[in-house]
Design a protein around this ligand. Sequence first.
Ligand code: SAM
Length: 342
Amino acid sequence: MNQTAIPFPAAASIGDSHGRCVNYLRISVTDRCNLRCMYCWNSEGMQFLQHADILTYEEILRLVDLAVDMGIRKIRLTGGEPFARKGLLHLLEQMLLRHPGLDLRLTTNATLLSGKVQALKDIGISWLNISLDTFNRQKFQHITGRDMLRNVTGAIDEALDLGMKIKLNAVALKGINDDELPVFINFARRNPVDVRFIEFMPMGHCNRWTQDNFWAAEDILAAARSHAVLTTLGPGERKSGPARLYGIEGGMGRLGFISPMSNHFCNSCNRLRITSDGKLRTCLFSDKEYGLRQILRHPGLSMQHVRRVLENAGKRKPLGYKLLQEMREHTIADKRMNAIGG
Ligand code: SAM
């Protein structure tokens, strides 16, 4: 008789006081990154965490075990740049060996991805989110501080050849990459990828956010319509997480718009974040953190204590748009994305 594997225990989800079901966790495995993106990097230099302050892979695995037991069904590893940390593939493999049905994904700048795609596939990773703000070499160098565009496009080609599913995320930067809208659209036309534009968020002090660079999703959508015929997708397809998706007539891929600033999606937010130094964050726009690392490392405390923190923090998960409304300065969260895990 065939037995259907039941990968997950029937556990209660981490509910919150706004009726949301929290079942998605993003874990930052490092705050370090090999790029120096203009919106992340502080020109006066950045203080990176000491290795001892970063969660070990063993600690991450314990957190993953607990999170899955508490109803988390999707985990995304992020950073900093996740591939900047040694042994990442081993961590991914361990996570899926322990939790075979887990929806495990990765967000990367793809500069270090080349040569690793087959290994990712073998482990069971089938989705990659790749961040790329420009297809122009000089502009890539201007935005990221590194001449590595070819590494990224080469890795994307490799991933597409191997059948990896890709979401290409571009931060929409008015005056910087808005002229490349047709290039991004053509890329989505020619390839089976979701190209998604993300509104620029005022994260972290010194991140050079200005209203001048802000390009609202509605305006990008309107501009996109002058370069392509966008088609409405079926009810089950037109939303993917926070992205609103459109088909491109005659094209293989889709276009997506993510509007954390102009059209918040707080009511359906289902995610928690754990920073590389083991702090739980319940909202991208809130600096409130719940320390997990000291509990994990305390000889007198157990995973039951971590569970309680997750439960309580889940209940206190705020509605981020209210924090945005209260925003007095341009910066809405103290930390830059490399520290939070974008
Ligand atoms: N290194 C990985 C990558 O590049 O995907 C993961 C970390 S990175 C911080 C995650 C994403 O956050 C990237 O797509 C980056 O462009 C985006 N990001 C960083 N700062 C941002 C901001 N102020 N507004 C919008 N997106 C931002």
